[in-house]
Ligand binder design. Sequence first.
Ligand SMILES: C[S@@+](CC[C@H](N)C(=O)[O-])C[C@H]1O[C@@H](n2cnc3c(N)ncnc32)[C@H](O)[C@@H]1O
Length: 310
Amino acid sequence: MIFYLNITSLKMMTMKHKPVLLDEVLTALNIKENGIYLDLTLGGGGHSFEILKQLNHSGFLFAFDQDLVAIKQANTKLKDFKNYKIFHTNFKFVTKYLNSENVSEVDGILLDLGMSSFQIDDSQRGFSYMQEGPLDMRMNTSNPLTVKAILNTYSLEQLTTIFKNYGQEPNSYKIAQQIIKNRPLSTTTDLVKITDLFPSKGHSAKRVFQALRIYLNDELTALKEVLPQAFSLLKQDGVLAVISFHSLEDKIVKEFFKEKVEERVIKGLPTLPEKMPMRYYRKKRIKPSATEIEKNPRASSAILRVALKN
Ligand SMILES: C[S@@+](CC[C@H](N)C(=O)[O-])C[C@H]1O[C@@H](n2cnc3c(N)ncnc32)[C@H](O)[C@@H]1O
């Protein structure tokens, strides 16, 4: 039998976001049916949907996303549930928003960092080096700065710093030089033509696109600001689960957990009997199974870390 797909269904297939490490996240969160949960990165609502399925009418989910397109998609997915509320904001403001709801403690928090598939797959958002589109990359489209403005106005030193610090790009300086020489740049293709001059392992534009996205959306600062808030908002035995997709994010999460969980050892002295603020769910990072990666290659770089409040 032959199946014909029309363009719309084909588009929906590529744009749908598959929740990463779903079983592992749900097991770690150990959902209480009347609990209060936070999904700080709602995206298409994949994780939220499964959390809501496990809640009864006394349970509640607060979800956050800075991207209105994500919120629209998620609202459609979650339309049959009543016990959730979505905030269109950066998750670094989580405490303020929960205070406005008179909520000071929650049972579990999920952060699934990075981007949704529909953000990457929509060429008009400019996140993908595989498709031609405007040089945009804003997760929150009310941000006045775009990648186009950065590439066309920042100095050689500033561009080099962005590519080095947020992309670990070995050819940062040379790429920045070429960008300045070829100004004005207006599409993702213009940028890829420049990175293609410097072939390296993987796609030549991968690290530069990552760097620009992280810098423009101030992703690492938001992560550093949200982790202590998430810790403070947890009840005793509450669970904090964080999925990151590259080493810069994972390093921040790993160090945050380490400081809260591991006793400080001073060489030559006995360890002080100290109650640590958190404990590991599993000390080692959790990675997607080979089966998950086969079904969803975008999951391949995912790293889940989980800790509980003491
Ligand atoms: C990987 S997706 C989440 C996918 C979701 N777990 C699912 O299963 O559908 C990450 C989402 O977080 C959002 N996001 C990233 N950083 C954010 C921030 N600082 N504040 C609010 N939302 C953010 C992105 O817009 C994106 O929609």
